[in-house]
Design a protein around this ligand. Structure first.
Ligand code: 13P
Length: 248
């Protein structure tokens, strides 16, 4: 049985004191439930958040990592470094990284493998740009991204994988995919996995929707059959908004 999973993606927002303040305010509002909750924060805030979240049950995520174990890669952070801090998740292949930092399907695949080696659960992001949607190519694009990303992963790894369907045209634009559009694509992603790994494995994968998820639309999105969770950008920055999404 898949647990609903709400994750915040802070992107490049909040310094350490702001992160600590968020944790204090959020935990005052948060009650453990059967919803899995995580905050994916900038690298420099991870240790402070790990301490602040403590035993509350709120999980911690990073937003990127390098695919090599270690080496002369100035400015990069390894999966082992994240593991040492106690990071539970790492967003991999976010469209902003694909768009601005030359992330490719190949590097995404390498990062997924490395994350699993270190016991970190990847939140794999896939999604089409507006041009591709308008051309009717969204399923094709998402299928290709998903297949390339999971290449070589074991069935056990796939079982614990999280995938976020994030149509690029719905990110930070206030333009949400309709719940039906989001639902349809999340179902399609599961079908793509089923074709590779079979239904027993694909049924375990948590599939989130991301793109302008807000307190006011979270319930409708979460009620869709194929959608198991949300990856929340802007609305995860304010404790009072994020808690409303968590408590959808
Ligand atoms: P917004 O919720 O701000 O649209 O961002 C979505 C996103 O990119 C989450 O990873």
């Amino acid at each position: 049985m898949r647990k609903p999973f709400i994750a915040g993606n802070w992107k490049m927002f909040k310094n350490t004191s702001e992160a600590r303040a968020f944790a204090g305010e959020f935990l005052a509002l948060y009650e453990k439930s059967d919803v899995n909750v995580a905050v994916c924060a900038p690298f420099t805030q991870l240790a402070a958040l790990k301490e602040a979240f403590g035993t509350s049950g709120v999980k911690l995520g990073a937003q990127n990592m390098h695919f090599e174990e270690s080496g002369a890669f100035t400015g990069e952070i390894s999966a082992g470094m994240l593991e040492e801090i106690g990071v539970d998740y790492c967003i991999i292949g976010h469209s902003e990284r694909r768009q601005y930092f030359a992330e490719t399907d190949e590097t995404v695949n390498k990062k997924l493998r490395k994350a699993f080696e270190h016991g970190i659960i990847p939140i794999l992001c896939v999604g089409e740009v507006l041009e591709q949607r308008d051309a009717g190519k969204a399923p094709q694009v998402v299928k290709a991204q998903t297949e390339a990303a999971v290449k070589g992963l074991s069935p056990d790894q796939i079982k614990s994988l999280v995938i976020a369907y994030e149509p690029v045209w719905a990110i930070g634009t206030g333009r949400t995919a309709t719940p039906e559009q989001a639902n349809e694509m999340c179902g399609y992603i599961r079908k793509v996995l089923e074709d590779i790994y079979g239904d027993e494995i694909s049924e375990e994968v948590v599939i989130q929707y991301g793109g302008s998820v807000k307190p006011d639309n979270a319930e409708e999105i979460m009620n869709m059959e194929e959608i198991d969770g949300a990856l929340v950008g802007g609305a995860s920055l304010k404790p009072e908004d994020f808690i409303r999404i968590v408590n959808f």
